[in-house]
Ligand binder design. Sequence first.
Ligand code: ATP
Ligand code: MG
Length: 542
Amino acid sequence: MENETTDFIRQRIESDLAENALDQGVITRFPPEPNGFLHIGHAKSICLNFGVAQEYGGETYLRFDDTNPVKESNEYVESIQRDVAWLGFQWKTITHASDYFEQIYSYAEALMRDGKAYVCSLDAEQIRATRGTLTQPGENSPYRDRTVDENLDLFRRMRAGEFSDGTHVARLKIDMASPNLNMRDPVIYRIRHASHQRTGDDWCVYPMYDFTHGICDAIEHISHSLCTLEFADHRPLYDWVLENINMNYHPPQIEFSRLGLEYTVMSKRLLHRLVDEHLVTGWDDPRMPTIAGLRRRGVPASAIREFCQRIGVTKQDNVIEMNLLDFCIRQELESSVPRGMAVLNPLKVVITNYEGSETLEGPWHAQNQDLGRRQLPFGAEIFIEHDDFANEPPPKWKRLSPGEMVRLRYAYIIRCDEVIEDDSGNVVQLNCTYFADSKSGQDTSGLKPKGVVHWVDASAGVPITVLDYGRLFNVPNPSSKTFLDDINPNSLTRLDAMAEPALLAHESRRFQFERQGYFYRDEQADGGAPVFNKTVSLREGF
Ligand code: ATP
Ligand code: MG
């Protein structure tokens, strides 16, 4: 294997394998709740769960943790499948916590028969109030000593729909004085008269995550149940449930750090608010840290996998710099995508001594000849980048300025003779001369301009819209309470640009625009000019 240092999870798996401790091999699961789109934090968990199974010849379940019908929907189920597949992973089968509702329910009844669970008729507020604190024990519920018969009768009537939401819950009978609050008679079932996207109206009681998760893991014979660090405090409960039900397999829960990324938020709850309050255009807005957003921005799946490998798996929560993701994206795209010319902020150049037109040529990638060549129409009027001209050039200026020369990429050397300004002094046109004997590849002019700039022929060029995305937030670590105040109001810049025609005819949707960055053609263009999303600039920006 290529990684010389393996992480603690892979070490654990290797030692389990060495000891023949896994009777069915490595089996993992990725268990999203279908209550939103997946984000790059989920990608870390996906790469880990699917990655280790792949590496050790095992399999991975894609399991929808669909225990909360109110927040879940099919749209999310479908987006999750699309995103996992797009990331390049194949699941063994798709399962749902709801596939096991009957079995989970029967374990709850069994625990009641064993005197280890009871129906509690306190309301949510009372349960909270009697739970105690980190320094004070909780109080026993007055319903804790209901008889087995009474509990079973009430629980069955809960299931039968006799009671309204919130009137009763089922709780485990563990220890109201436990130093771990999760062990203070946790609720395992609540009444919710809500239609479920898979089970319809079959159920009006739904199991809680902590009760459900371990049971599903055991049913699927998961060899390593990998979850994020915040579940470490829930592990005793996970273990308690599996030890106290009649199940002869008990998977180990192993926690790893959550991924945080600078200048964004990563919880579905907060991402929901950005979508619902129309602060972004949707879950797949290219500014979102969602897989769908990254995909639409043009980030290749391989860059996300590479990123997840580089950040590694540790026991320490960390916030990663956006620059690392950008680095991985550039690295993936550098030699593989065609490089064309587009002028983002066009300045007209008239070549006063050029007549007619011709077709020049250049490679799609100077170092990767496999990408082939394209034709470049050239004529007396072209556009160059506004930024490539300076009326009063700073020291060491290598681009165009009055009286100076520059080479047009794959074309001729030009010299700026005249600068035309509008009434307010803005430069609106340059009049230049070209040198006929300076054509790229057959240059006999002996001229040595300092710089090379990109350009687009004015008559053959195609207008495009470029969407340049900045950071969604102004601060590196937006807090969940104030994140709406920290939104960057200038996170989207719309540019009316010009592209060389071959770019639009090319089958690739992904390009480097020379000297600018990587761009991805958006499929959802609205009938106007073709839209290109900026994936990442060529160099570390900001
Ligand atoms: P969120 O708070 O964003 O809703 P979640 O943990 O509630 O996240 P789930 O759908 O329950 O979302 O997550 C599915 C899996 O992805 C879980 O195993 C969870 O631990 C993992 N996961 C979620 N967010 C991250 C993250 N930022 N880094 C690593 N793993 C994550
Ligand atoms: Mg969750």
